[in-house]
Design a protein around this ligand. Structure first.
Ligand SMILES: Nc1ncnc2c1ncn2[C@@H]1O[C@H](COP(=O)(O)OP(=O)(O)O)[C@@H](O)[C@H]1O
Ligand SMILES: [Mg+2]
Length: 285
C-alpha cells in the first residue's frame, strides 16, 4: 500500500477548502493509498531534521515554498514540485517562465522592485508602462487569487490610486484583452493532458472567477487552445494545474494555478480531477 501526505495550509479554513481535501482523501481510499492530511503549520521545525517515517510522496496543496523545498531535500517527491508551486504562486515569475518558453500571454510589464519600508515613492516607471500598454490596462499583485488582487484601471489617476493602495506589495501591469471582458476558459491539465475545461463568465465584472460571481459553462477546447494550455504547464513543470486562457484573437494564457480549486470544475463538468491526479502520481512513483 502506497502512503502519502496531503499537505495543506492550516490557516485557510472553511467549506471551500475542506471539500477539496475530502475529494482527494476519498480518491486515495478508493485506490488503496494511505493518504494523511497534514497541516503545514504542524510540520514546523522540519527544516534540516530527518522525518522519522517519511511518506512515499506528498501532494503539496500549500504555497509554503520553504517547506516544499525542505521536504524535497529529504528525497520525497512532491506533486506539484516546490519549483512549480513557486513559479505559479508569483505572477511575475510565471510571466518570465511563459516568456522564456514562448507561451503566448498578454503584454506584461513587471513593476520594479521596492522595499517594504519605502514603497513606490516615484512613479516614473508608470509612464513607460503607459507607452507599452495604453489604458485601460490591468494591474495585478504578484501574489493573489480568486480575482481579489486584480484591478482594471482606465486612467493614470486610477492607476496611481491602485498603486498607492497596494504599495509596497509587488505587482505587474498587463495589456487588457477587451474581447475577453468578464470571460475566460479554465483548462484543467493533469500529466500533460487536458482533462476538463469550462468557460467562466461574469456579466458584471471583468474578472470571471467563480468565487467572484462568475458562472461556469461546459466548453469544448479548440486544438490551439489545448496546445497553449499544455505549453503553459510544460513551461512551469506542472504535474497538474488549472490554466486560465483569455479569449483574444488567438488564445493567451492569463495565469496558471498549481493547486486549482477543482470543485467548481467538478460541479460544471462532472470531472473529478482527484481521479486523474492519483492516476498520474501512481504512474510516476
Ligand atoms: N489581461 C487581462 N485581460 C482581460 N481580463 C483579464 C486579464 N487578466 C485577468 N483578467 C480577468 O481577471 C481574472 C483574474 O485574473 P487572474 O490573473 O486569473 O488572477 P487570480 O489569480 O486572482 O485568479 C481572470 O480570470 C480574467 O477573467
Ligand atoms: Mg485566475
Amino acid at each position: 500500500m502506497k502512503n502519502g501526505w496531503l499537505v495543506v495550509n492550516g490557516f485557510l479554513q472553511g467549506e471551500k477548502y475542506a471539500t477539496l481535501y475530502s475529494l482527494l482523501l476519498s480518491e486515495a481510499k478508493k485506490r488503496n493509498v494511505s493518504l494523511l492530511l497534514k497541516r503545514a503549520d504542524e510540520l514546523v521545525g522540519i527544516v534540516g531534521e530527518r522525518i522519522p517515517a517519511p511518506p512515499e510522496f506528498v501532494i503539496f496543496w500549500d504555497k509554503d515554498i520553504r517547506l516544499a523545498e525542505a521536504l524535497e531535500a529529504q528525497g520525497i517527491p512532491l506533486f506539484n514540485s516546490a519549483k512549480t508551486v513557486g513559479i505559479c504562486d508569483d505572477k511575475a515569475k510565471t510571466a518570465l517562465a511563459f516568456s522564456n518558453a514562448g507561451v503566448p500571454t498578454p503584454k506584461t510589464v513587471l513593476a520594479p522592485k521596492t522595499f517594504d519600508t519605502v514603497g513606490y515613492n516615484d512613479l516614473t516607471f508608470l509612464e513607460r508602462a503607459e507607452e507599452l500598454l495604453s489604458y485601460p490596462f490591468v494591474i495585478k499583485e504578484n501574489y493573489g487569487s480568486f480575482g481579489q488582487q486584480v484591478y482594471l484601471v482606465h486612467t493614470r489617476a486610477e492607476a496611481v490610486n491602485v498603486i498607492s493602495r497596494i504599495s509596497p506589495k509587488e505587482f505587474l501591469m498587463q495589456e487588457f484583452i477587451q474581447e475577453s471582458m468578464g470571460k475566460d476558459v479554465r483548462v484543467n491539465v493533469v500529466g500533460g493532458k487536458a482533462v476538463a475545461s469550462m468557460l467562466r463568465h461574469n456579466e458584471r465584472d471583468f474578472r470571471s472567477n467563480i468565487s467572484n460571481g462568475g458562472t461556469a459553462f461546459l466548453y469544448a477546447l479548440s486544438e490551439e487552445q489545448e496546445a497553449v494550455a499544455l505549453a503553459a504547464c510544460k513551461a512551469v513543470g506542472a504535474d497538474f494545474a488549472g490554466v486560465d486562457l483569455l479569449l483574444g484573437k488567438t488564445p493567451l494564457v492569463c495565469e496558471i494555478n498549481s493547486n486549482p480549486h477543482f470543485k467548481s470544475t467538478l460541479d460544471c463538468t462532472g470531472v473529478d480531477l482527484s481521479k486523474y491526479i492519483f492516476e498520474h502520481i501512481l504512474e510516476r512513483l
